[in-house]
Design a protein around this ligand. Structure first.
Ligand code: NAD
Length: 495
């Protein structure tokens, strides 16, 4: 094993906390700093502030041995060779990334540097942020030879963050000199030379001692662009398949078959070709906007990113209309909502399509009974329990006497519900699935009216004959019902 490096990680959120325990796991000595005192106290006591697979066990293994938590940035910086900045970079005005948290951290670091340090951008930041950080350090009186700034973007996915960190597809290091690049190589060496994968107790994943992690060294600017371009490309892939889904539905195609057929082409691949409610979370929406802003600053019009955003937002309307079509009118309807997190495997509700959709349904007069395995506490802070918003302890409790069941998050458990029990529990056997967790034919066999994304709605029950229902002349039932409801709403307003 190479010599351990003393590392400071600033920020103990999804990225900072995962990076801290993973650096400890590969043998380094880590101090994780956060200015949220209550979070630091919780972590010092062995508590885990976020839901993330493998995080509790790694925290327990390394707490107070390989990783320490503190609010004292000065002491942490003094003891460290590398300082990873992993604070938030939320969307600011005009789509640009708000870098004020990064700047605040850099100003503080500048006041306690008295020996050579490498500042590492782990947060997702626009191109040239490395330059701004350098300028800021100099402005605050740090001499140039006492620091370097390196970009080391993070590609982990919430839900699989620990395994993604320890078994990365690639490690990107954007360094404008060899000295700082060398330190980053040393930090990641247990992953790039395969020693970690050969060690007893190593968490298994896609990489092995014979097939270790790859580290790519680029300029700092290129590394910053790699991160933004990667997220924008993944968002584009999601919006593309969602646009195809909308088309598929109009011609009785099945988006799951179409995505499978496309994904078998190794140039395309199956990942991120899932039609659904669109992307959410704390990264894609803001990173698409920030990348577009970066292009604008350089006088370029990256129009495709605007289309990606529009298609994404439209998915929520598409789903809303499906709920309305399934129920005719919405006012007074009771809906069971499965899933609040922006995707399965996480408790993160930032920019969650589920929350946007539930708000819209409540505005339309629906009562919601929601269930999510881990995201309910966080959701209660933004959608407090009320006469129109309730929380249930499991999917069946949520479904009790509901007019329909909505699937909003792709938790795997939601794809294997006891359908006989669900049918008994619901008031009407209607499921609107924004994540395509079931096959329409299977739901029809089990007696459900089932609407999903990019596939024809299958109907059962007393209205019309069973199976796919299509009106003559290619008018879709949803269009007809939307029209009827619009007329009813207008009539109500006029009354
Ligand atoms: P987060 O909001 O979960 O965590 C940020 C943490 O930084 C918080 O705990 C906050 O208290 C702390 N903080 C803020 N200002 C501070 C200061 N001055 N001193 C000390 N601590 C401070 O954010 P996150 O999801 O971990 O994301 C961090 C960065 O990583 C963002 O730029 C994000 O775009 C990027 N990123 C996120 C993911 C992801 O999946 N969440 C993946 C890759 C990259």
């Amino acid at each position: 094993m190479p010599k351990p490096v003393n590392i400071c990680v600033v920020g103990s959120g999804y990225v900072g906390l995962v990076a801290s325990v993973c650096f400890a796991e590969i043998g380094h000595s880590v101090i994780c700093v956060d200015n949220d005192q209550s979070k630091v106290k919780l972590l010092q006591d062995g508590g885990v502030p976020i839901y993330e697979n493998h995080l509790p066990e790694l925290l327990q293994k390394h707490l107070s041995v390989g990783v320490h938590f503190t609010s004292d940035l000065h002491a942490a910086v003094e003891q460290s060779e590398a300082i990873f900045i992993a604070v938030g970079t939320p969307q600011g005005s005009s789509g640009s990334a708000d870098l004020s948290y990064v700047e605040a951290v850099v100003c503080e670091i500048a006041q306690c540097v008295d020996s050579y340090k490498v500042l590492v951008e782990k947060s997702t930041v626009p191109v040239y942020t490395n330059e701004w950080i350098s300028q800021c350090m100099i402005r605050y009186g740090v001499t140039r030879h006492l620091f370097d700034v390196v970009s080391n973007p993070e590609f982990l996915r919430e839900g699989t963050a620990i395994i993604d960190f320890l078994h990365p597809d690639r490690i990107v290091v954007g360094a404008n000199n060899e000295r700082s690049a060398e330190l980053l190589r040393r930090i990641y060496e247990p992953l790039t030379n395969g020693h970690y994968y050969a060690a007893d107790g190593a968490l298994p994943g896609s990489l092995t001692a014979d097939n270790p992690a790859k580290l790519l060294v680029t300029s700092a600017q290129s590394a910053e662009l790699i991160k933004h371009a990667s997220n924008a490309f993944l968002a584009l892939k999601i919006s593309f398949i969602n646009a195809v889904a909308t088309l598929a539905e109009t011609v009785d195609g099945d988006i799951e078959d179409i995505a499978a057929g496309m994904g078998l082409d190794s140039r395309i691949g199956t990942k991120f070709l899932r039609a659904g409610l669109g992307y959410g979370g704390s990264c894609f929406p803001k990173d698409v906007a920030a990348f577009s802003w970066v292009a604008q600053q350089q006088g370029l019009n990256f129009q495709i990113l605007e289309e990606v955003r529009k298609i994404n937002e439209n998915q929520q309307d598409v789903f809303f209309n499906k709920v309305r079509s399934a129920l005719w009118t919405l006012r007074g309807k009771k809906l069971a909502a499965l899933g609040l997190a922006f995707k399965g495997g996480t408790d993160d509700i930032r920019e969650s399509p589920a929350i946007v959709i539930l708000r819209k349904l409540m505005e339309a007069g629906c009562t919601i009974v929601a269930y999510d395995p881990v995201a309910m506490d966080k959701t209660k802070a933004v959608l407090p329990p009320s006469t129109s918003m309730h929380y249930a302890s499991d999917p069946y409790a949520a479904a009790a006497d509901a007019d329909a069941l909505l699937i909003l998050t792709d938790w795997t458990n939601f794809g294997c519900l006891d359908l006989a029990r669900l049918k008994e529990t619901l008031r009407f056997p209607v499921v609107v699935d924004g994540r395509n967790l079931y096959k329409p034919s299977y739901m029809l066999e089990h007696g459900f009216t089932y609407a999903s994304m990019g596939r024809a709605t299958t109907h059962t029950g007393s209205i019309g004959k069973e199976g796919k229902r299509r009106l003559p002349g290619s008018i879709r039932i949803e269009t007809l019902v939307e029209g009827l409801e619009a007329q009813t709403d207008t009539a109500r307003q006029e009354a």
